[in-house]
Design a protein around this ligand. Structure first.
Ligand SMILES: Nc1ncnc2c1ncn2[C@@H]1O[C@H](COP(=O)(O)OP(=O)(O)O)[C@@H](O)[C@H]1O
Ligand SMILES: N[C@@H](CCOP(=O)(O)O)C(=O)O
Length: 316
């Protein structure tokens, strides 16, 4: 077996919003909020988490990032090296902005670099999708922009679109966490034909509107019957925000991923004070404190900032 003798790599992975309403498990959009990972081959593993967004995350070898990295080395037929891992993140944890996807993508890409790039980006994307269970967040984190994907057993075909000019998002981020697992648990396993047709037509028009820059269609195309109505009890006030955000200036609004964050898509040239006040006030009426973030699309996806590659040598 070969082993990674030495090496250091830094990767930067964007946050993402998934679904944009009806595109459940299908559409993701990347934003300029980042998780940054540095891996360095060492004599003993040491996982260091920096900043307030990572509290509660394990620092032993049960850490998601370490586990994913170990799987890559193993799959590449290499001895799993001991690693010093430094992690910083601007992405609020467990809020529906793709923190887990950014960690998975970062771990896969960083380990792949150290291992001498045995896997292509598309192969890593397939692995990330298997790990996350859906391709939307990981697609956006890998490739930036808007990614529309379908998941099949053998691969994950996708289309990447640039974000329409002047499109940005405003996010209201509740103070409480909501795990994706919990928010998936409230969804039904069967839908009526009417709901399936509604979803197919809205998703189709949404992707068309994003591809052509027809932003006036967004608020109608982003209507959804597949997941948001079932998640309203987990995010009180969501139904009112979805119904009325357009009247307050949003191009469209959606639960971000599995929530609890709610995003409004906006035209960056237009004022958004009234929209912000409406969204914050609506959550406050339900006793929910939130922070507000302006989210600018990321068109780049995961970036390898520097790397001196892992030298591999034969172990006797
Ligand atoms: N940087 C990180 N390092 C290790 N684990 C992480 C990191 N970021 C997220 N996670 C894991 O992902 C979980 C959050 O995932 P999830 O519930 O899907 O929410 P999100 O919408 O933020 O992706 C965290 O509780 C943690 O277990
Ligand atoms: N399509 C998924 C997206 C989950 O995104 P996250 O950022 O909340 O992990 C879903 O809606 O369950």
């Amino acid at each position: 077996m070969c082993k990674v003798q030495n090496g250091k790599v830094k990767v930067k992975v964007p946050a993402s919003t998934a679904n944009l309403g009806p595109g459940f498990d299908t559409i993701g959009m990347a934003f300029r909020l980042y998780t940054t990972l540095t891996f360095e081959v060492a004599d003993a593993t040491d996982i260091r988490l920096h900043g307030p967004n990572l509290s509660g995350i394990p620092t032993d070898k049960s850490n998601l990032i370490y586990r994913i990295a170990a799987r890559i080395f193993d799959k590449a037929g290499l001895v799993v090296p001991e690693l010093i891992i430094d992690v910083t993140s601007d992405i609020p944890l467990t809020r529906g902005l793709g923190s887990s996807a950014s960690a998975i993508v970062g771990a896969l890409v960083a380990a792949n670099e150290l291992a001498g790039k045995p896997f292509t980006m598309d192969e890593l994307y397939q692995m990330a999708t298997e790990e996350e269970g859906h391709p939307d967040n990981v697609g956006a984190s890998f490739f930036g922009g808007v990614v529309v994907a379908l998941m099949e057993a053998e691969d994950v075909p996708y289309v990447r679109l640039p974000v329409p000019e002047n499109l940005e998002a405003m996010a209201v981020i509740p103070k409480f966490m909501l795990s994706t697992e919990k928010a998936r648990g409230v969804l039904p396993s069967m839908y009526s034909r009417q709901d399936v047709v509604y979803t197919a037509s809205h998703t189709g028009v949404l992707v068309g509107a994003l591809a052509t820059g027809n932003l006036t269609l967004l608020h109608r195309a982003m209507k959804d019957v597949l997941h948001q109505p079932y998640r309203v009890p987990l995010v009180p006030g969501l139904d009112k925000i979805l119904a009325e955000a357009h009247e307050h200036g949003a191009l469209g609004a959606a639960l971000s991923g599995a929530g609890p964050t709610i995003i409004a898509l906006v035209d960056k040239r237009e004022p958004t004070d009234a929209l912000q006040a409406f969204m914050v006030q609506t959550l406050a009426e339900h006793g929910i404190d939130c922070t507000v973030m302006r989210l600018i699309p990321d068109e780049t996806g995961v970036q390898v900032e520097h790397c001196f590659s892992g030298v591999t040598e034969q172990r006797s």
